[in-house]
Design a protein around this ligand. Sequence first.
Ligand SMILES: O[C@H]1[C@H](O)[C@@H](O)[C@H](O)[C@@H](O)[C@H]1O
Length: 541
Amino acid sequence: MDSSQAPLISNSRHDDDAPYDAGLGDESASRDAVGKASSEQPGLFVLILTFAAGISGLLFGYDTGVISATLVSIGKALSDRDLTSMDKSIITSSTSLFALLISPFSSHIADRLGRKRVILYADVLFIVGAALQAVSSTVPLMVAGRCIIGAAVGAASFVVPLYIAEVAPSSYRGRLVTINVLFITLGQMAAYIVGWALSTYASRETGWRWMVGLGALPAGLQGALVALMPETPRWLVKAGRPDEARRVVQKVNGVQGRFDGTADAIIKEIEMEVREEEELRRLQARHASGPWKGLGVWHELLSVGKHRRALAIACLLQGLQQLCGFNSLMYFSATIFSIMGFESPTLTSLIVAITNFVFTLVALVLIDRIGRRRILLYSIPFMALGLLLAAAGFSHLSLEPSPAAQDDDDNAAATATTSTSTTEGERETRPAVVVLVSIMLYVASYALGLGNVPWMQSELFPLSVRSAGSGVATATNWAANFAVGLTFLPLMDALSPSWTFVLYAIVCAVGYGLVWRIYPETAGLSLEEATALLDNGWGVR
Ligand SMILES: O[C@H]1[C@H](O)[C@@H](O)[C@H](O)[C@@H](O)[C@H]1O
């Protein structure tokens, strides 16, 4: 895996003011000229770039969030029958599977053809995937559309943060991680609003087709914006085009067409970094021995104790972010609220997306003050509590797990009417409210901690293994996301909703113990200090 492989990873220098450093390389380099450039106000150009990155997070969020309302609105439109739990699970998880499969390839394309090219290809995939879903008439066609969307999400979630990190001044790179998560949650909220509006006001036949098809619009906008943007200076230098790279740096710094010593210094620094990186790769290849021979950076990652520890922590956090079951709500909350008999399941499930977005915003403000380890240790118990309360609520509800009840809003409304018109039904209202409030508690505590902290993975790894380590951790995230998407509905059928939620609570409890045991506090530390914590052990005091 090369330096550009991992999402949220970039190349160059460490910025002490940027606790969310997106995985930038050479810690030792703090050149004056670069520092000067970094402290400047963002120009219009940089703002456009940030917006472009935002669209990508938005698409990631929209396309993963929209499936919740889509699944309850499809009815018999695919293959002339109701969707089974297995259909729903495959339609949902095919996206994460393809995101997992595609991201390593996109790093090679990004290195060969440039970052911009990957963004454009991803946009094309977003558009094709959206169109295919919108016109699909069978389950396999819908799955094919979701796979194409997955490939787009995988490529975009990898390359856009990289693009911005390589172009923007260092002070902006640092905030990228959280801004990206914020845009993802914004996209999910937008998907839920669109899902609710279309399932309520559009016709039954076409509403869900618009939901999935609308994802093409931001992709088209992003494609048009990206076509106007330059390649990154770092890629241009690597491709032997330093003059073009200099022009881009001048544009970013707002000194286009004038002599600018800062731009020269930055280009020199990039050239140095590119050389250092190549040298490092040669050394790694030469020193590898035994089973790791020829594996280069993998040898370095797996044979050195502190790198292994960093990898264990990063994978633990990413795995936990998904295995705690959050995305089962993101993907299936409308289905859950539908079988609980809520009159408008898509509107009710909007609460999940809004809570997630609002508390991600709160996390932005709190996380540096409280610290990553501490915010996790404070929030995970509340996640477990929310899950257990929801499980208790579910055990007092008589659910209607039949596909007809799940897929038909009218049916769901009928169920709700019946349940509220009888004494039996009135007794059911209270547990339904308990489930809803518990889910909000769970989502809020997730958004404060686990929704964000794992993406700060790159600060655990030293430069030499940063991209490889972050890449593996990101793959862990998609793999666990896939597993949860595929197993949630079958688990609900096999174990009951209560026990499924108890299972996620157990995952949270085990995760809490592991975080407490092996994840040291890195907030407020420079990248050198953070990675040094793992030199001789887990660094937990
Ligand atoms: O950080 C994000 C965010 O928490 C999203 O809401 C979730 O759907 C993603 O899986 C996660 O990676």
